[in-house]
Ligand binder design. Structure first.
Ligand SMILES: Nc1ncnc2c1ncn2[C@@H]1O[C@H](COP(=O)(O)OP(=O)(O)OP(=O)(O)O)[C@@H](O)[C@H]1O
Ligand SMILES: [Mg+2]
Length: 310
């Protein structure tokens, strides 16, 4: 549903993101996790067509964001970092406006707004002036405007920021319930947020993807399961199977002619066995190195931040 390839953004001489590559499948909920300034919002602004990339491409539902921004915007609901609210409008009025500009036919506007109000638990403030609402309620109105036209894709930049603990749980439940039917990317710099809602997590740090995995996979990496990068001449399927079948191997993935071999924690090195399997299967060993995973460092940052906000 969403394809991001070789995406970079320069603000003047400053590189905010560099060579990001990832796909999001229809119905998936993916979380961008990263510390302040990592590049989460920048990436979201480019995906939604609100800002051009410096290099690289993004397609949403097959449309190139740069070439066909109107078609992409029709498919997307976007909650920016600073929700685009009209403070002098009443909540219902504003959501009706948001529904119309997203192309909801007039006869369906009322039911669409009622649905969005109900989903975000703001029906009881529908008649109020948006500017007078508390911060948490404003945030929910922001989420409601992203949802109101029932877009295929939802991009939510820190959806639960400013909400109280009860509201946080409600919004997480809402996001989870929208997965499957909607394709969702959300961002957060708190770990429990993404673990509670996302099937897959993309860890972004200093403008680069530091890791991309399920929570279980990330946990394994954090437990210091070693990761080997194995360069081979010929990455054949039977050879890869042979490496996978070594006891103590968690996962083997390929990037071009590189095998990324993840060892389960507490299994020792397995370097010899991996080398033997590669050579024995005739793939041709060019290089075998242990990867330095900087994840621990990032998570340390993230978790200290979490303690501070808690
Ligand atoms: N308009 C801008 N002009 C110049 N630099 C910018 C601009 N917007 C963002 N940046 C820089 O780009 C980098 C990435 O910022 P971005 O807002 O994408 O981070 P983020 O991951 O969303 O952080 P946060 O968790 O604080 O929201 C930062 O170094 C930031 O200072
Ligand atoms: Mg941000």
């Amino acid at each position: 549903m969403i394809q991001v390839s070789h995406l970079s953004k320069l603000y003047g001489p400053r590189r905010a993101i560099e060579d990001l590559n990832f796909d999001v499948k229809a119905g998936e909920i993916v979380g961008f996790l990263g510390p302040n300034g990592a590049g989460k919002s920048t990436t979201m602004k480019i995906i939604t067509g609100f800002m051009p990339a410096s290099e690289g491409t993004v397609t949403v539902g097959g449309h190139d964001v740069a070439k066909n921004p109107i078609a992409v915007k029709r498919e997307i609901g976007y909650l920016p970092e600073n929700p685009p609210l009209y403070m002098e409008m009443r909540v219902r009025e504003y959501l009706e406006f948001a529904a119309k500009i997203h192309g909801v036919p007039n006869k369906n506007v009322k039911s669409a707004v009622d649905w969005a109000l109900e989903k975000t638990h703001i029906t009881d403030v529908a008649h109020r002036i948006t500017g007078n609402l508390s911060k948490g309620y404003k945030q929910r109105v922001g989420i409601a405007q992203a949802l109101v036209h029932r877009p295929k894709v939802l991009i939510l930049d820190e959806p639960t920021v400013g909400l109280d603990p009860k509201q946080i749980i409600e919004i997480r439940e809402l996001i989870k319930s929208l997965g499957g039917e909607h394709t969702i990317i959300l961002s957060s710099h708190i770990l429990p947020e993404v673990t509670a809602t996302c099937g897959r997590i993309i860890v972004i740090n200093r403008g680069r993807i530091a890791a991309e995995d399920t929570m279980d996979g990330l946990t394994l990496k954090l437990k210091k399961g070693i990761v080997f990068s194995v360069l081979v001449k010929d990455p054949r399927a039977d050879g890869i199977e042979k490496v996978k079948s070594i006891s103590g191997i968690h996962q083997v993935s390929t990037v071009g002619n590189k095998l990324v071999v993840q060892v389960k924690p507490d299994q020792g090195e397995l370097r010899d066995q991996i080398a033997a399997a590669v050579v024995g299967s005739g793939m041709g060993l060019l290089e075998l190195t242990a990867e330095r995973v900087s994840l621990e460092e990032i998570f340390l940052q993230l978790t200290t931040e979490e303690e501070r906000t808690a």
